[in-house]
Ligand binder design. Sequence first.
Ligand code: MF3
Ligand code: CO
Length: 255
Amino acid sequence: MITIKSEHEIKLMEEAAEALKAALRAIEAEVKPGVSTMYLNHVAEEAMKKHGAIPAFKGVECPYRGGKPYKWAICTSVNDEIIHGIPSDKVILKEGDIVSVDLGTIKNGWCSDAGRTYGVGKISPVCEKLIKVAKDAFFAGVDQAIVGNRVGDISNAIQTFVEKNGFSLLREYQGHGIGEEMHEDPGVPNIGQRGKGPRLQKGMALAIEPMICEGKPDVYVKPDYWTVATIDGKMTAYYENTIVITDKEAKILTI
Ligand code: MF3
Ligand code: CO
């Protein structure tokens, strides 16, 4: 069921998003060679708490049989890992790595969700390009997130932009509605056709999240039941924000 958020409910989501933005700033300040992904998790969780929010990812059910609910505040996916990487004391970032960080907050019962890929020190030109294309693909999608358009218009804009730049998109994972739950209807695929899917209405809140690959978009799940990585081992990048459909252009809550 697609829910429409009132002005007041959108204000509450903006408060959740403020805490998320503080966590993003805290993470960004710490991404450098020698830092563990568990440390990034720690600084993010502290920032969320300081802003009166709790991590939305803790307790999320594992999508795979046999896996346990997620226990951490953020996901940290390094290089060929694209999403759902688990923070670890043993994963130490080094010069040239790229780390995709995904996080969600809940405040006063309302959620926000966002993700970024950061370079660690100096990174290769292809990594620079991946990070830029993931971000610009998000904005190509947001340009279509207007009243009267359909979800497929967002999906198609993202797909067209990413493929034009020579990269590919994960098919198995998609964006989503968001509100009192982190994952609500409608699904927001990163691949699709113009004019297809649910119609966008004022007050819909969506998490739009292109997940892009340098090579083939074929992925596997690591034995931890969470981390999704590319089979060809090539690099990946990710960019996500929570947005709200308005009368005019979409409002981006998590930037
Ligand atoms: N941010 C992810 C999404 O957009 C959710 C991460 S799954 C979790 O769907 F278990 F890590 F929370
Ligand atoms: Co999301």
